[in-house]
Design a protein around this ligand. Structure first.
Ligand code: AP5
Ligand code: MG
Length: 186
């Protein structure tokens, strides 16, 4: 099973992707987490993306696409995965489609989590993980970048017919149950 979990900053992508991955025994791939790990380890990639992430802007498409392509080529990903944080631009969505086509694979569902801005902001301000982009100012930038560059990705997947809109408000468990019910039955 290959899934995409999508939504604005604070929508609960990471929280839910972890639960979905455990439930189905598939891998949780978070592009944001991969970048944060690269920054912490001081790798070449980490140095390249640090200031971009600190500012709440997007890493260049090709950098992300190459990283994802390399990652999903690994054997562990054969059983399936849920991607959180990618694709984040229409260009990335097109590149991902091409990548999957070359691999003779397809996505089973695109889960779009939504919640009002005040809920998102409150969650991010109280996350307490010390993320450099969780300040009031950077959260505002991230929401703007989401609306301008990332939200159009929804239309792309609506056309493809695998789109599932899920209410991202309520308790973590309630949202998880909504996601499970929205997934295609095998
Ligand atoms: P990324 O790490 O993807 O960050 P994000 O999209 O801003 O989303 P968050 O991780 O902040 O939120 P989330 O939706 O995962 O919510 P969470 O479950 O944590 O990206 C970071 C940066 O990396 C980007 O800005 C960009 O620079 C770069 N990047 C990454 N991918 C890229 C790409 N494809 N292209 C270009 N650049 C890229 O929940 C948030 C908080 O709320 C948590 O504390 C959680 O415990 C809490 N919470 C969750 N659910 C609930 C609930 N139901 N009720 C109460 N609290 C809840
Ligand atoms: Mg996250």
């Amino acid at each position: 099973m290959r899934l995409i979990i999508f939504g604005p900053p604070g929508a609960g992508k990471g929280t839910q992707a972890k639960m979905v991955a455990e439930h189905f025994g598939i891998i949780h791939l978070s592009t944001g987490k991969m970048f944060r790990e690269a920054i912490n380890q001081g790798t070449e990639l980490g140095n390249l993306v640090q200031s971009i992430i600190d500012e709440g802007q997007l890493v260049p498409d090709q950098t992300v696409v190459d990283m994802v392509e390399e990652t999903i080529a690994s054997e562990d990903y054969g059983k399936g995965y849920i991607i959180d944080g990618f694709p984040r631009t229409v260009e990335q969505a097109v590149a991902f489609d091409n990548m999957l086509e070359r691999r003779n694979e397809s996505v089973d569902a695109f889960i779009s989590l939504h919640a009002p801005d005040d809920v998102l902001i409150q969650r991010l301000l109280t996350r307490g993980e010390g993320r450099s982009d969780d300040t009031e100012e950077k959260i505002k930038t991230r929401l703007e970048v989401y609306k301008k560059e990332t939200a159009p990705v929804m239309e792309y997947y609506q056309q493809a017919g695998m789109f599932r809109s899920v209410d991202g408000t309520g308790t973590v468990e309630e949202i998880f149950q909504r996601i499970l019910s929205a997934l295609p039955k095998k």
